[in-house]
Design a protein around this ligand. Structure first.
Ligand code: SF4
Length: 237
């Protein structure tokens, strides 16, 4: 006889963690409508490596204002894009990746248009996006989740992945792809796309405050009771 399976303790830990994150950092409002178009989210992701979100948001708006359309951005000389992206941490790489990804999109779709993704299953749409130059799992998940497509796809940046590793919710050395495969099946089933988005933004805040890359502040961290590393480093908490 097979015994019924109870809820996965890791899913319960994620629910509890979300409650604690909201208590500590408050609720997070979703971005304005113009920042949630799939094409805008893609561009913001492609130029955003190791750059604060506010800076990348402003640079994305500036590009569209200056060139008038994403197709015109794809056609722009590389030097113009590099100059326009001077605020980014890696302007030259950002410009090259942006030109390559938008050019590939125009070749495949005739314009910078991602409307076909709305008719696709989430994982199939992510695989389609990941065939474009410069688009990895993080950006693909961002396009599917943080845009008006609003899908249940978790965005994993460096902060989020590091916390999941330390908490023992994904393998300790998992890269973004492996962490995504490990965490998606245990995400609370009642969470919708907006909950995924808010969870990711709250995890970023945790990574910027307590669970920093070096010297995590486990003794004062809100997640210590749920965290494998925290229990080793601050066992009395
Ligand atoms: S308890 Fe420590 S390792 Fe765990 S999430 Fe908090 S700061 Fe990070």
């Amino acid at each position: 006889m097979q015994l019924p399976l109870g809820p996965d303790p890791r899913t319960q830990a994620l629910r509890r963690l979300q409650d604690l994150l909201v208590q500590r950092f408050g609720r997070i409002e979703r971005a304005a409508a113009e920042w949630r178009r799939p094409e805008w989210v893609l561009v913001q992701g492609v130029i955003g490596a190791r750059t604060k979100s506010q800076i990348s948001n402003a640079a994305t708006d500036r590009l569209l204002r200056r060139f008038g359309s994403w197709e015109a951005v794809a056609d722009a000389p590389l030097e113009d894009l590099q100059a326009e992206l001077a605020t980014q941490t890696y302007p030259n790489i950002a410009a090259e990746r942006l030109k390559a990804s938008l050019t590939a999109l125009v070749e495949r779709r005739g314009s910078v248009d991602l409307s076909h993704l709305a008719d696709m299953d989430t994982l199939a749409a992510m695989r389609w996006l990941e065939q474009l130059p410069g688009i990895g799992r993080k950006i693909a998940a961002g396009v599917m989740n943080a845009s008006t497509l609003d899908r249940r796809a978790i965005v994993l940046d460096g902060h989020h992945t590091r916390i999941l590793q330390r908490m023992g919710l994904v393998p300790p050395k998992a890269n973004t792809d492996r962490a995504f495969e490990a965490i998606m099946p245990i995400m609370p089933e009642e969470w919708d796309g907006a909950d995924f988005d808010e969870h990711h933004l709250l995890m970023k805040k945790l990574g910027q405050t307590f669970c920093r890359p070096t010297a995590p502040d486990c003794a004062n961290c809100l997640a210590v009771s749920l965290c494998a590393t925290g229990q080793r480093r601050a066992p009395d908490s």
